[in-house]
Design a protein around this ligand. Sequence first.
Ligand code: ADP
Length: 416
Amino acid sequence: MGDGEKCEFIVTKAPLKDLTGKTIGIVTAAIDVTERKRMEKEIQQSEAKFRNAIENLQEGFALFDRDDRLVIWNRMYEEIFAFNRGVVRYGVRFEDLVKENMKIDRVVESVGRNEEFLRERMEQHQNPLGPFELRLTNGTCILVSEAKTPDGGTYTTLTDITKLKQTEKQAREREAELANIRRLNVLGEMAAAIAHELNQPLTVISSYAQGVAAKLRSGLASPDDLLEPVENLIDQANRAGEIIGGIRSLIDKQETRKSAVDLNAAIEEALTLVTPEYQELGIGVTLDLDDGLPWVLADEIQAQQLLLNLARNAMEAMSEGPCASSRLTVQSSQADGDTVEVAVMDTGPGFPFKDREGVFEPFFTTKAQGLGLGLSICRSITEAFGGRIWIESAPGTGALVRFSLPIADVKQLEDA
Ligand code: ADP
């Protein structure tokens, strides 16, 4: 104890008696209680600090003891639930607070279903699993977090997340608006590109048809004269049909049905369709498929179309100068716990472009008869299932296109 500090004593006096019971003096005892008083004061001060801290919390706070009776709470806790005067008091049971709250229809989730709500709320309170939200009838949204204390009690914090929810809602609305604008832009670009693409065969059809009409009008045309232009007419009309068919494949992906697909089987099935053409060109095909490949989330037909498009592209790339070493290799493997990857490699001239993302855009083609839809269809198929597709080869070396698809979560598919 420092100099100048006061000492406190409790002084007790008692009469001192002799054997006959006669008082012969007074006994005085003094107990030094300085330390005890100091500790009491410290406890009071720290309790005041603790209460002050709880009171100044931005959140509502309440602590219930092991018998579920309220022991500590702050004003915010009372305000959030708009409890009537005197309801929130020391020792009141949590269940009674919930019932009081239902009387004034404070919580949206309880309105019209008091019994169920009470049951659910008691269950949550007794076995807290993690934060959950409650909507109040005044429009406020509250995040409720509860946890057990080591002595079997429960504490609750209530955070007002109304503003956060509003901001999230606004952000979602803005995102939806932007997505809509983006869709309109894409639609505009697509419409322009489709018009441009269809215009070519239509112009050719028109000029051949005019030629045929002129020949017929002249009365000099023999069937042989007409055969070639009419065949050209058919070719161009077919081309227009292919363009429309390709666009339809792009759009169809919207109604995609997701299921668990054996990707190795889809690869083998797709390659049987192109094998005769590969054999004709004398180009070898190697399949390097992972036996233990998990099934993926996809649509079987679309997965086959994906492979078919890539195998056709590889064949077209290699058909320019096929040689003994020309080869298509398709590899499947599990990339990580969630994804399967397929690599489609060829020994052709490769992708020569700087901006290689461009090849995935609709109507991008370097081929005289190309539609430029194959890779964009591949991209929309992979993305529709949560995968992606990319070019891995360096410019000028044989093409290596790789795509990924998510491993099918059987549980998720059953729930869907
Ligand atoms: P298309 O085959 O009708 O041109 P795609 O969208 O399938 O349309 O391909 C776009 C372009 O990407 C092709 O024109 C070609 O330039 C390039 N390409 C695609 N696959 C390969 C490949 N395996 N090797 C080299 N270039 C390729």
